[in-house]
Design a protein around this ligand. Sequence first.
Ligand code: URA
Length: 236
Amino acid sequence: MERLQKVIAQSGYTSRRKAEELILEGKVLVNGKVVCELGSKVSDKDIIEIDGEVLEKEEKEYFLLNKPRGVVTTTSDDKKRKTVVDLIKTDKRIYPVGRLDYDTTGLLLLTNDGEFANIMMHPNDKILKVYVAKIKGIITGEDIRKLKKGVMIDYVKVIPKQIKIKKIDKKTNTSIVNITITEGKNHEVKRIFAAVNYEVLKLKREKVAFFDLNGLASGEYRKLTLKEVSKVYSLK
Ligand code: URA
């Protein structure tokens, strides 16, 4: 069930604010009855009419993108930078599921299915996010132990599900670390390393839940299969 104004906005008919106005003006019918309350919820089966016209529901689309660096994770950017949505050929109003920083690369899902996005963004032990971080400096075993015990981010203790040194390069004074987390706080991985005084130089997300980047070069994307979509619904 979704809020009526959200469903109208997601169909592409109008903005959410305009949809709220239409509802308050009594111009929206659900299953033949006028609905004037903004809190009303509807399901996929409900028939919505606006000004006598049945609202066409947008067909759902799902994409997996290998996000390149230098692209913003939004639907539109006021600084006119390229967005992740610009990289995908579609006439549907898709949006990113969660976010990756401008300089972070890797796995990003996009869809116009709000419920799918909610399932993927809700903290869930089955939705692990696997990152590879290149950090400045040679990370010590002591710091890895500290991270395993957990660090405070936004007043909450964050304990990585897994953290492992992959490579240490004394020549360039850098370390490559694999880190798996369940939450999706803003800049979470960078803040985890900052908590033990390391700067993340490069960050790539390699996996989310059962999705990986296999076969996709940077900037490439593919549609999800029906099987993958129903597998996500089964994680609820
Ligand atoms: N953590 C970060 O710090 N940045 C990202 O883009 C994703 C996770």
